[in-house]
Design a protein around this ligand. Structure first.
Ligand SMILES: NC(=O)c1ccc[n+]([C@@H]2O[C@H](COP(=O)([O-])OP(=O)(O)OC[C@H]3O[C@@H](n4cnc5c(N)ncnc54)[C@H](OP(=O)(O)O)[C@@H]3O)[C@@H](O)[C@H]2O)c1
Length: 301
């Protein structure tokens, strides 16, 4: 790359929450040129109008990827939502990694998971581990952003807990380094733009890790109603969710995340968000206060 060449930045999954936000941040920062890939290019006409090159890419159809990735220097690979379909998701991500290398991409930023190794009980951990392994085996530079659990998962769950007066989880005393999707998007945009060309793994977390008891106390103080944390054995939580009518793969995700929390695998707090973006990540208490009406309203989970 010559000194005058501005790296061409590519974001996959650009119509998702994370993808859209990253592209908005890149546009605001006048980074670029920017390529956005998605299965639904028509949904990104607003970005086309702002100078973003929008192309179709579907990881389930690897033949779409060479044209989609052509000319990109740095690529943000957003993990897909094929959750509960591990083989398919691994195929999707590995196709994207191979296509990025074939297209001459120099650096891939990937949205991963904390501690995705074989020790993790999380049902979708093998997908992330396989993708990190594929990046390690590639000839490209990469940044694995191990995004902790989105804080956005909390308001719906805590609204239900406030209504019932109890927060039921199988996470024992384990803590989670909740991070907002906004902070994840800011970190991803910064890592994509950064001049870093090597290989690194960064845990993307909020400023504190919180336990189930911490969450119940927050829900209680925000709502003014008593909320007690009730730790459950995983099998009991699984059975309760089954009786509530949730699909098996969704139950697997919820219970296995709780088991990982109980084992301390999500109790990770780093300065990576601030290091990358220059801004401290948002505390859970602040996010919940901003979403107070959701906590006090209709339960969502
Ligand atoms: N850390 C957490 O707590 C947490 C929570 C939820 C999700 N996640 C992960 O983070 C990712 C981004 O989060 P989000 O909130 O932006 O999710 P989202 O809004 O549900 O977006 C789903 C993403 O998957 C992409 N996708 C699905 N199938 C694809 C395919 N065949 N080929 C290429 N891309 C495909 C979509 O891209 P297009 O529709 O544009 O093609 C979109 O970017 C999720 O997909 C999931 O892997 C993490």
């Amino acid at each position: 790359m010559s000194a005058t060449h501005q790296p061409v930045l590519l974001v996959t999954g650009a119509s998702g929450h994370m993808g859209r936000r990253v592209i908005e941040l890149l546009l605001d920062a006048q980074a670029g040129p920017i390529i956005a890939t998605t299965r639904t290019p028509a949904s990104l006409s607003d970005f086309s109008a702002r100078g973003v090159t929008v192309r179709r890419a579907d990881f389930d159809d690897p033949a779409t990827l060479p044209d989609a990735f052509a000319g990109a220097d740095r690529l943000l690979l957003i993990s897909t939502d094929a959750v509960g379909m591990s083989d398919r998701r691994i195929r999707q991500h590995l196709a994207a990694v191979q296509a990025a290398q074939d297209a001459g991409v120099s650096h891939v930023v990937y949205t991963s998971l904390p501690n995705p190794g074989p020790e993790s009980p999380i049902s979708l951990a093998p997908d992330h581990q396989a993708t990190e392994d594929a990046l390690a085996a590639s000839t490209m530079g990469w940044t694995a952003l191990r995004n902790n659990v989105y804080t956005e998962m909390l308001p719906g769950a805590l609204a239900q807990a406030i209504q019932m007066g109890s927060l039921y989880r199988a996470s024992g005393d384990g803590k989670v380094g909740y991070v907002t999707r906004e902070d994840c998007a800011r970190a991803a945009a910064a890592a994509l733009v950064a001049p870093f060309t090597g290989r690194r793994t960064l845990d993307i977390t909020g400023p504190d890790a919180l336990s189930g008891a911490d969450l119940a106390a927050l829900a209680s103080s925000i709502s003014g109603k008593p909320v007690t944390y009730v730790p459950l054995p995983p099998d009991v939580l699984r059975e309760n969710l089954r009786k509530a009518g949730l699909p098996g793969p969704v139950i697997d995700v919820i219970v296995s995340f709780d088991e990982a929390a109980a084992q301390g695998l999500l109790d990770v707090v780093t300065s990576a968000v601030e290091d990358l973006t220059g801004h401290a990540p948002m505390p859970v208490a602040e996010f919940l206060a901003q979403n107070k009406e959701v906590l006090l309203g209709t339960p969502q989970r």
